[in-house]
Design a binder for this molecule. Sequence first.
Ligand SMILES: Nc1nc2c(ncn2[C@@H]2O[C@H](COP(=O)(O)OP(=O)(O)O)[C@@H](O)[C@H]2O)c(=O)[nH]1
Ligand SMILES: [Mg+2]
Length: 328
Amino acid sequence: MARREWPLEELTAGVRAGDRRALARAISLVENGDPLAYPLVRELYSETGRAAIVGVTGPPGVGKSSLVGALVAHLRALGRTIGVVSVDPSSPFSKGALLGDRIRLADHFNDPGVYIRSMSSRGHLGGVAESTLQAVLLLDASGKDIVFVETVGAGQSDVEVTGIADTVLLVLMPGSGDSIQALKAGIMEIPDVIAINKMDHPAAKTMLNEVRSIVRLAEPDRRPPIVLTDAVRGENVAELWEKLEEHRVALESDGRLEERRRRNLAGEVFAIASSRARSHLDAAVRGDPELARLLDAVERRELDPLSAVREIMEKVFEVDGREKAREV
Ligand SMILES: Nc1nc2c(ncn2[C@@H]2O[C@H](COP(=O)(O)OP(=O)(O)O)[C@@H](O)[C@H]2O)c(=O)[nH]1
Ligand SMILES: [Mg+2]
C-alpha cells in the first residue's frame, strides 16, 4: 500500500481538523512507537481534555464491542462525535467484525463523525498502555465529544488502561461468575456504571440480583447504577448512555472530575515511566556477561541478592542502589 509521507505540521493540522487519514496515520505512529509520534502529541496536548473519556471493560465475549457499537449508533443519532480505541486482542474491531449484527458498525467506518480503531497489543518500548493513552489524546485533540476505550478487564489484562477514563463502565453478562467473585473480593475496582448485557439470556434476572447484592455492600454514594442491555437489538442503550452521562455530570459539578483526571494522569505518567524503566533494564541486562557473573555469584552465595540489585541499579540507572534497596 503506497503511503503518503506527512510532514509533522500537516499531520498536526490534519488531526486537529479531524481528518480521518491524518488520524489513521497519527495513531499508527503512536502504535509503532515511531519517534514522530512524540512531537505530534506534545504539540496537540494543550488542546486535549475536552472529550469525555469512557472506559469499557469486562471479560471477553460479554459484548463490550457490540455495546460500544450500539452506543456509537445512539450517540450519532444525537449528533455527537465519537472516537473508539479498542485494546481487545480477542475480538478486534474491524470492518467486518460486527457485520451481521443489527448494529451495523461498518456503517460508521465511513462516517466522518466517528473514528474507530483497534490497537494491536504488540509491544514497543512503552507498551500498549502508552500507545493507548496517546491514541486517546489524539482523538480528544481531533475534537471528538466522546472517546470510548475498550479493554479486556477482570484480571485478564495486565495493562489497566481504564486509568485513562473519566467514567468506567463494567460490562458483564449472565454467567460472568468470576467477575462477580472478583467484584465481591474487591480485586476489581468498583466501576462507575455496570451493564449486564445479553439481557435476552434467561439467566439475566438472576445475574442482576447477584450484582445488586454485591453493589449493596459498597458505600451508598459509591453504588454504581446497573443497566440491563441487549447490544444486538440496541435495547436499553439510551438508558445506559443516560447513566454514563449522569456520572460525568456529577463528577463535573463538584470538582471530582479534575481530581480524578489528576490522579489518572499521574498514574499514567508513572506507569509509562515504570514500563520504560523496565524495558531499559531488560535491554541493558540481556546478554550482559557482567550480569551473568553477578547472578552466578548470587547463586554461589558469594554475593547477597540486594548487593546484586545495587550493582545493577548503579550500572543501568546510575542511581544509588543502596537507597532504593532500603525503600523497598
Ligand atoms: N444474545 C446476545 N448476544 C450478544 C449481545 N451482545 C453481544 N452479543 C454477541 O456476543 C458475542 C461477543 O460480542 P463482542 O461485542 O465481540 O464481545 P467483547 O469480547 O466483550 O467485545 C458476539 O457474537 C455478539 O454478537 C446481546 O445483547 N445479546
Ligand atoms: Mg471486543
